[in-house]
Design a protein around this ligand. Structure first.
Ligand SMILES: Cc1cc2nc3c(=O)[nH]c(=O)nc-3n(C[C@H](O)[C@H](O)[C@H](O)COP(=O)(O)OP(=O)(O)OC[C@H]3O[C@@H](n4cnc5c(N)ncnc54)[C@H](O)[C@@H]3O)c2cc1C
Length: 488
């Protein structure tokens, strides 16, 4: 059976899930490779799987990447980042001898159901296995409606998540399975296409994005223009590679000691936006880290973050029906927060004050302004930021929805397994011995780890007064975070 080349006779087979068990269409013109988030042409198991299947069927691969105006939180910031990645994706596909067509949905080029229309001409569909938010909803819908075999391939993790097994619960059990696998999954070969690139028709007029002025294109779309692009995280492969080079030369040599210091701009890698949108994958990053001239303790610490924590949250998300929903928070934390839901909340803030980073808490404002301006926040600040939201909102449910909403709307790396996994950890973690108002036995967190550093007070004051974009919100979107209802 031809499709066995993906699910049996391939060293990457553990990355592949048969999402729709239908036959390969005999008259298919290509293998459709639909990318949503793994926006890179090389070191990409989704593309490799499509090429491998195409070779077995004697068919070319057609890579498709499209962006709609109506995904949740569509903004200049997210759109520009995605489109920059898409330009490099298409160029990289061409270098690999693969056709890549792109579409940016807009008033003058409205297209309905493009993935289905492309799938109707395909022998099979290969898409990415993403466990959260839009990418998951859309993949599940396409798998339900397409009339051909649909394969989902994991490109986000170094170790294929299926190898860990569904019986693992705690992080230490996860690490016991994950660590011994890492070496075997650290190298890769880009599959070579034996078939000439697809040059036939497609059911729409593609947008060759490299010929567009992307800033102009984004400015003309019906999306949120109040959230500007991030100067700290420019879009595209060149910027991502520069960040990776900076990790090796400036960050890694002191990573274990400086990673927790939010006041140091070179303390952490800043790679999470590029990882979230798949501009870089964990294998390429780890290859650079392993070859770096830094000390072993720094490399081990970095691997613990990138592999030990990031892939742990991917593992958790895969096991949950809706990883973004409040009911994922540990039962004991749910109960203790519910017991204190009626407590007086003297530190309540309005949603608008929180959104624009103008609450009465200077440290919180400093955190929020990183999200607002940089589209990213330092890990140490994120912990304080999330914990404080519990006291600033009317109920535990409102706190959860607010934290997820702010993270998802503003941060380039939001809407990710690490988003909801980390927020859930801040809403639970180890229970405190002390019962406090509002928090119950959920541990609180002060700002000492930043404020008590030399120059910490001045750094926080400056960070809290950085000029930030003035955003607006009418109503907190609660559906995805409380009921798990898709909003697109
Ligand atoms: C409340 C809260 C919300 C968070 N939301 C997100 C989010 O939306 N998206 C996101 O990618 N990360 C999130 N994190 C995890 C972490 O804060 C960021 O990944 C990290 O700050 C990104 O910066 P960096 O790339 O410089 O990290 P570095 O310190 O350079 O780490 C390298 C990479 O390791 C991974 N990593 C590091 N820390 C963690 C962690 N705690 N959990 C999972 N992976 C980690 C990231 O992929 C990161 O890019 C959140 C953490 C908290 C406490």
């Amino acid at each position: 059976m031809t499709t066995g080349v993906l699910t049996e006779a391939w060293n990457e087979a553990p990355r592949v899930r048969l999402l729709a068990d239908r036959p390969v269409a005999p008259g298919g013109r290509y293998v459709l490779c639909w990318l949503q988030q793994a926006l890179r042409a090389r070191d990409n198991p989704v593309v490799d799987a499509a090429v491998r299947l195409g070779n077995a069927l004697g068919l070319p691969v057609l890579v498709y990447h499209g962006v709609r105006e109506d995904y949740p939180y569509a903004s200049d910031r997210l759109h520009r980042f995605i489109l920059g990645a898409s330009v490099d994706l298409a160029a990289g596909c061409r270098e690999r001898g693969l056709s890549c067509v792109q579409h940016v949905d807009r008033a003058e080029r409205r297209e309905k159901g493009l993935v289905y229309r492309l799938a109707a001409e395909a022998a099979a569909v290969v898409l990415e296995d993403q466990p959260t938010f839009v990418a998951r909803w859309q993949a599940e819908r396409v798998a339900a409606r397409a009339e051909v075999a649909v394969f989902a391939v994991n490109a986000a993790c170094l170790v294929p998540p299926a190898l860990i097994g569904d019986d693992v619960r705690g992080r230490s059990g996860f690490l016991r399975r994950h660590e011994p696998e890492r070496a075997a999954w650290s190298t890769w070969n880009d599959e070579r296409s034996d078939v000439a690139p697809y040059t036939g028709d497609v059911p729409f007029e593609p947008d060759p994005l490299e010929e567009f002025d992307l800033d102009d294109l984004v400015a003309g779309l019906d999306i949120d223009h109040s959230l500007p692009v991030s100067a700290m995280h420019p879009p595209g492969r060149v910027a991502a590679s520069a960040r990776l080079a900076r990790l090796v030369t400036e960050v890694l040599p002191a990573y274990a000691a400086s990673r927790n210091d939010a006041t140091r701009s070179e303390g952490a890698s800043g790679l999470s936006p590029y990882l979230h949108f798949g501009v870089l994958g964990p294998r390429e990053i780890m290859a650079a880290v392993n070859a770096a001239p830094a000390g072993g303790q720094h490399k081990r610490k970095f691997a613990d973050e990138l592999l030990g924590w990031r892939e742990w949250f991917h593992h958790q998300a895969r096991q949950l029906a809706a990883p973004e929903r409040y009911d994922r928070v540990a039962d004991w934390a749910h109960r203790t927060l519910a017991d204190h839901a009626v407590d007086p909340r003297p530190e309540m803030e309005t949603l608008t004050a929180m959104l624009v980073g103008e609450t009465s808490d200077e440290t919180w404002n400093a955190c929020q302004r990183q999200f607002l301006i940089d589209g990213w926040m330092h890990n140490n600040l994120r912990m304080y930021w999330a914990k404080r939201i519990i006291a600033m909102t009317a109920s535990p449910e409102a706190a959860w929805a607010t934290a997820c909403y702010l993270n998802d709307r503003l941060s380039l790396d939001g809407r990710d397994p690490s988003t909801y996994g980390n927020i859930a950890a801040m809403f639970a973690g180890s229970p405190s011995d002390r019962e406090r108002p509002v928090y119950g036995r959920v541990a609180t967190r002060g700002d000492g780890s930043t404020r008590k550093r030399e120059g910490g007070d001045a750094w926080l004051a400056a960070a809290a007064s950085r000029p930030a974009p003035l955003l607006a919100i009418e109503e907190l979107p609660v559906d995805p975070y409380l009921t798990g209802q898709p909003t697109v």
